[in-house]
Write a protein that binds this ligand. Sequence first.
Ligand code: ADP
Ligand code: 5GP
Length: 194
Amino acid sequence: MNPVKPIRGKLIILSAPSGAGKTTIVKSLMQKNLNLRFSVSATTRKPREGEIHGRDYYFLSENEFGKLLAGNAFVEHEEVYEGLLYGTLKSEVDRILATGSHALFDIDVMGGISIKEQYGEEALAVFIMPPGLGALKDRLVHRGTETEESLAHRIEKARWELSFSGRFDVVVVNDHLDDAIELVAEHIRKFTGQ
Ligand code: ADP
Ligand code: 5GP
């Protein structure tokens, strides 16, 4: 008798330079009927106003993060900005995939490439492209979360990250938000066979 193969979800990676609109798109996708569960990352960044531990991130001290790292608990991790660590926990991914839902990742470009390399055909890697660096800067200013220094840093990094868009399965330009959301949803439906 053949063993019954458990239903296993897939991985949907959304990566982009900071300010391109990943988080906004992720929130909309979660409201749709796509059988997605958000993969909550760990970070040493301090929570922003309104962010909740366990929902937006697992907010950890450097010491806690370091212990998990030493215990090989991460699928990938990056120092996304100087002194700030972010990482995808293996336990989080396994937990979601075992439910049969698809895991949705909002992670930086290098992290996205790393997960795609590890999971191959099981993962759909989507690069969210801003319409231009000017628009990216305007959005970050408008979001009001950055100091002048961190803004300059994010723009500088964005320039470099844009050069990796070719490593992703699909590139979606986030100019008109609703169009971008629908296009990403369509790619997910096709990939997951919904
Ligand atoms: P990321 O998660 O990639 O850093 P956010 O989702 O936080 O980006 O978006 C950055 C800012 O840009 C937010 O204030 C968001 O409301 C705004 N934004 C997102 N998409 C668009 C769009 N298509 N047009 C204009 N503003 C947008
Ligand atoms: P923010 O501080 O604005 O929430 O996130 C900064 C950047 O870190 C974003 O590009 C976000 O996608 C990325 N990020 C969040 N979680 C992870 C993660 O687990 N791994 C990696 N590599 N990047 C992450």
